[in-house]
Design a protein around this ligand. Structure first.
Ligand code: F6R
Length: 353
């Protein structure tokens, strides 16, 4: 029997309940959509660009959103992950500050610059300094529930922004697509959840293949690339495991050449390909040819196919698979998936400066 089938072990190795948070993503998305529908709106007439400022688990929600709406939004959408804003940000830019804790210094710095430049603004947080400033400045604010690890609150960092962009008329309404995404995740939960034995559970099986290996996660432009980056981050933070992600077709123009050396390391790479039936036909072909080139060098290759009809459902199906896989990998690594002591240490050190 796999260690992952011992439910007592799962409970004792995960005292903060990351497994419950992972499993609860569909319900979180429903609640998050409601919050986004009720949030006060910024003035959007004449907006010429959208910039989301945020870091880590809060920024990835914006990355996913950016990739998802790229084919529809008529104005540029940028995710900025640092202290300063790009020079183009002006009164005609909508700046959305997203920080789960509300206390991330890079995000607060960018928020301050956006205010100075007179940008239209919107803020989202579970509280903290960002909420305090937004309330004091009269910036439209969406409060999301506290008590999660930021990365476990992905639904809260992504879905309210989706609802807000629709309500501002920048993208079409997504209520139906979100309902489908929730349905698809609920169906997947029966397959990927803790109670389903490894023999029938693709996420447990994939975690076992990744155990002791270097996971390389490959997605494709425009949206599964962001999902691949989410997988990498979840493997890093939940499983405390190094990981790497990259994008097709771009990686065919550089990384493909690098699989030969160092041989001791390439033999430890376990590749995960995030596949979607609507990827560009040439990208589908690239996945196949790329697998043939990689196979002799790497430990193994697993394809994970998206499920569902709408892009939103397909996107969430891949996220959900990665969240479960990284959680199971944490338990195989024998680490508590929730704490990220190194990030806490870094934030503490930087706060002293
Ligand atoms: C921790 C995590 C981190 C944080 C990041 C920014 O679970 O995922 O990547 O998200 O340090 O903090 P917040 O989200 O509070 O602005």
């Amino acid at each position: 029997m796999s260690r992952l089938d011992n439910l007592e072990y799962l409970a004792s190795a995960d005292p903060a309940g990351m497994g419950e948070w992972v499993a609860g993503l569909p319900e979180q998305c429903e609640e998050a959509f409601r919050l986004g529908q009720e949030a006060p709106l910024p003035e959007a007439a004449g907006v010429r660009q959208v910039v989301v400022v945020g870091m880590g688990g809060s920024a990835i929600g914006a990355d996913l959103l950016r990739g998802y709406v790229e084919g529809e939004m008529a104005i540029p959408f940028l995710v900025s992950r640092t202290y300063h804003l790009p020079a183009f940000v002006s009164r005609e830019t909508l700046v959305i500050a997203s920080s789960y804790s509300g206390n991330t210094e890079e995000t607060l710095s960018a928020y301050g610059e956006a205010r100075e430049r007179g940008a239209r603004m919107f803020a989202i947080a579970s509280g903290g300094e960002l909420e305090r400033r937004a309330q004091a400045d009269g910036v439209p604010f969406c409060r999301i529930p506290g008590g999660y690890s930021p990365r476990a609150a992905l639904g809260y960092s992504f879905v309210p922004l989706l609802a807000v962009l629709s309500r501002l008329g920048l993208i079409r309404d997504r209520a139906e697509d979100l309902a489908e995404a929730v349905k698809v995740m609920r169906e997947l939960r029966a397959e990927l959840g803790q109670g389903t034995p490894a023999a029938d559970n693709p996420a447990k099986q994939l975690a076992e293949r990744l155990y002791g290996k270097l996971p390389f996660i490959y997605g494709a432009a425009p949206w599964s690339s962001a999902v691949a980056y989410r997988w990498k981050g979840q493997v890093n933070e939940n499983a405390k495991n190094l990981s790497h992600s990259n994008i097709l077709p771009e990686l065919n123009h550089n990384e493909t050449v690098g699989w030969e050396f160092p041989e001791r390391l390439t033999a430890q790479i376990e590749v995960v390909l995030l596949r979607d039936r609507e990827d560009h036909p040439k990208v589908q072909r690239r996945f196949e040819v790329t697998s043939t080139i990689m196979r002799p060098h790497v430990s193994g290759i697993t394809e994970v196919w998206s499920r569902g009809h709408s892009i939103l459902a397909r996107l969430f199906s891949l996220i959900y698979h990665g969240d479960f896989t990284s959680y199971y990998l944490a338990l195989l690594n024998g680490v508590d998936p929730t704490p990220v002591k190194v990030i806490d240490y870094l934030k503490g050190e930087l706060a002293k400066v």
